[in-house]
Design a protein around this ligand. Structure first.
Ligand code: NAD
Length: 252
């Protein structure tokens, strides 16, 4: 029997990288999944081969009506929602120091990474409460925990906001049996990192800091998400958990 048997999850950003890997792994663990992404074609591909256990929905987390539709799909198709997995996020390559990052990049990054996640909570958490409790999994980043000499300041600030919001959710909704935790992945080899890793100098400076000597893979993160989605984690609430090969522990 799978570790997520009987659970229904909404996973955002499910068309690529960690969201796609999470959708497919959650289904293998017995869950039903609403897989949401702004890229409809990509998320259709994610759910192909899941025998109807995962259903694709196209939409934008920054549009509240789209988010309401993601959540409604869970109740219409599967009758409930147990897990809200806020994974959709962007990193703009031109997002560097506060000295150079543009107004447009700040707005887009905060809109998707913070406001979009908040909309998913606004519409998803009442459904988790209705189901008698559940789990919110918010994807933050290790960059919210340590400074970085190759800055990505809008992204970093957005992920710091995700951790702060997670703690507020944990305290507000814990009494309703809804727990909220953040995962802080280190650098993971996904399409989000692809362009950055093409630059040998940018790649090397990051790799040199990782004690495990390799970049992470999507499944390294998804394994923790399975724990947080399952009943194994019913007393884990308000945590910001790193999965980073030791990068945030590395002084020199
Ligand atoms: P990815 O780029 O491979 O996938 C992100 C998905 O989100 C894409 O399918 C994209 O279409 C979707 N998306 C973007 N904007 C959206 C919107 N407005 N509405 C709905 N969907 C939208 O990225 P990934 O590396 O798998 O990242 C997943 C999460 O993990 C992100 O929140 C990211 O910030 C975070 N993260 C990534 C890394 C890394 O190194 N890859 C490290 C730490 C945290």
């Amino acid at each position: 029997m799978g570790r997520l048997e009987g659970k229904v999850a909404l996973i955002t950003g499910a068309g690529s990288g960690m969201g796609r890997a999470a959708t497919q792994r959650f289904v293998r663990e017995g869950a039903c999944v609403v897989a949401a992404d702004i890229n409809g074609e990509a998320v259709d591909q994610t759910v192909s081969g899941t025998d109807g256990k995962a259903v694709a929905v196209a939409g934008d987390v920054t549009k509240e009506a789209d988010v309401a539709r993601f959540v409604k799909t869970a109740s219409d198709r599967f009758g409930r929602l147990d897990v809200l997995y806020n994974n959709a996020g962007i990193f703009d390559e031109a997002d560097e120091s506060v000295l150079t990052t543009s107004d447009a990049i700040w707005d887009r990054t905060m809109a998707i990474n913070v406001k979009g996640l908040a909309f998913c909570c606004k519409h998803g958490i009442p459904e988790l409460i209705k189901a008698g409790g559940g789990s919110v999994i918010n994807i933050a980043s290790f960059v919210a925990l340590v400074g970085c000499t190759v800055p990505q300041d809008a992204y970093t600030a957005s992920k710091g906001a995700v951790i702060a919001l997670t703690k507020s959710l944990a305290v507000q909704f814990g009494p309703k049996h809804v727990r909220a935790n953040a995962i802080c992945p280190g650098p993971i080899e996904t399409p989000l990192m692809r362009d950055l890793l093409k630059d040998e100098a940018k790649k090397r400076v990051r790799l040199n800091r990782i004690p495990m000597g390799r970049f992470g893979q999507a499944d390294d993160v998804v394994s923790l998400a399975v724990f947080l989605a399952s009943d194994e984690s019913t007393w884990t609430n308000g945590a910001a958990l790193v999965v980073d090969g030791g990068i945030t522990s590395n002084y020199f």
